[in-house]
Design a protein around this ligand. Structure first.
Ligand code: GDP
Ligand code: MG
Length: 380
């Protein structure tokens, strides 16, 4: 069941596509920027496809575990699906252990490794050691994330909320990604993220090697950092390729070039990194020390994730203007109803809507798309 979270609401997941294939072998190693997956036809049943679709849609770690179990029950058991079966089993084991550990108050001897999404979106801070991830986290969310001048200070995921107008983004501070310091649970933690902030220090001499190392570590785990943010409508077709693999993760990525206050030739450094790595992420020059550039992050995420806010009201009462529900551009009155209560989507008869686009309490149906700032009265 959907619970309402204290700061804002979770948003309903992004639309899913049905997988038609199973996977053979590991990801490719040629191109550091795209994950290639070899596919073999596997005649997946409608039951399996439905379970997989539900898995892709679900945001809550416990619900994801339940969906994985359904996938395993539903998957046709034959040679063509062996890899996929093994993958699903491995995910069930990992996620099960992490959730069990969290329930026992840290079976692995520490805090939760899987973080339940809250707020308008969950954003992972990733990057090489010492780039300033924890400093940015502390500054942007007011968290007490541990900062230190030596690498690998951060050992566990650490959640904090970054305010933007009347919504919040949940930022997850993470340990550095570096081949010499493997973090086995990192990819499970990333599963619930909607996007990544890739924090780098362009003044660091080994910056290029570090960035390439980050990408190759992630690539081995089928995580691709992409410069394409869906809300901007840009797509190069690689999204569809990765979509065939239910466990391939693509995170739209914004690069934060931190410690910018200390870099004399910022633009030239950035240009060099772009040319040498081929990376095309959007970039902000920021400084956790001086605060430079930090105010732009929230508005940018809001726009590029296509977040829309909707204020609900009860008939005869004014709208609750304090706590908007957040959805993504293109989502509908039906999606809002599901967010308010799981059963409401089915029982909803109609809604009344007030909005900037000229709606003055008109009656609309399930399919009506929400615009930012709409006020909606749901009638079941
Ligand atoms: N000059 C400068 N130093 C910074 C900045 N942000 C972080 N640092 C320093 O860089 C070091 C590593 O920071 P930390 O946040 O622990 O990096 P993490 O390993 O990426 O989490 C610490 O000594 C910070 O004080 C910044 O914007 N400018
Ligand atoms: Mg850190």
């Amino acid at each position: 069941m959907h619970r309402l979270f204290p700061l804002a609401s979770t948003f309903a997941g992004t639309p899913c596509t049905e997988g038609e294939v199973a996977f053979e072998g590991d990801v490719g190693t040629q191109d550091p920027f795209f994950t290639t997956v070899t596919v073999v036809p596997a005649n997946l049943s409608p039951e399996y496809k439905a379970a997989e679709a539900a898995f892709r849609k679900s945001r809550d770690p416990r619900e994801r575990l339940e969906r994985l179990r359904e996938m395993l029950r539903a998957i046709p058991k034959h040679k063509g699906t062996e890899h996929l079966q093994a993958d699903i089993k491995a995910r069930i084991k990992d996620l099960g252990e992490e959730l069990e550990g969290a329930r026992k108050g840290g079976g692995h001897g520490g805090p939760a490794l899987v973080i339940r999404p809250e707020g308008a979106a969950q954003i992972a801070l990733i990057g090489p050691p010492n780039a300033g991830k924890s400093s940015l986290h502390a500054r942007l969310t007011g968290s007490g994330a541990r900062v230190a001048p030596y690498p690998f200070t951060t050992q566990y995921p650490h959640a904090g909320m970054m305010p933007h107008e009347d919504v919040h983004f949940q930022l997850i501070d993470l340990p550095a990604i570096a081949p010499e310091h493997p973090v086995p649970w990192l990819v499970s933690t990333l599963q619930t993220a909607d996007a990544a902030l890739l924090v780098v220090d362009l003044g660091e001499l080994s910056c290029l090697e570090q960035l390439q190392a980050v990408q190759s570590v992630l690539e081995k785990k089928r995580v691709t950092l992409t410069e394409h943010w869906e809300a901007t409508g840009a797509s190069d077709g690689s999204a569809a390729r990765a979509d065939d693999d239910p466990f391939a993760l693509r995170l739209p990525t914004l690069m934060l070039a931190n410690k910018a206050e200390g870099i004399a030739n910022f633009d030239a450094e950035l240009q060099a990194v772009r040319e040498l790595t081929g990376m095309r992420y959007p970039v902000f020059a920021v400084s956790a020390t001086t605060g430079r550039g930090l105010g732009e992050i929230g508005p940018w995420l809001f726009r590029n994730l296509g977040i829309v806010r909707v204020y609900t009201k009860a008939p005869g009462h004014p709208a609750d203007k304090h706590r908007p529900f957040t959805l993504r551009r293109g989502q509908t009155v039906g999606d809002l109803a599901r967010l308010v209560h799981q059963d409401l989507e089915r029982s909803l008869r109609y809604a009344r809507i007030w909005g900037q686009s000229g709606f003055e309490g008109q009656q609309v149906g399930h399919e009506h798309r929400i615009a930012d700032g709409d006020i909606v009265e749901l009638h079941a």
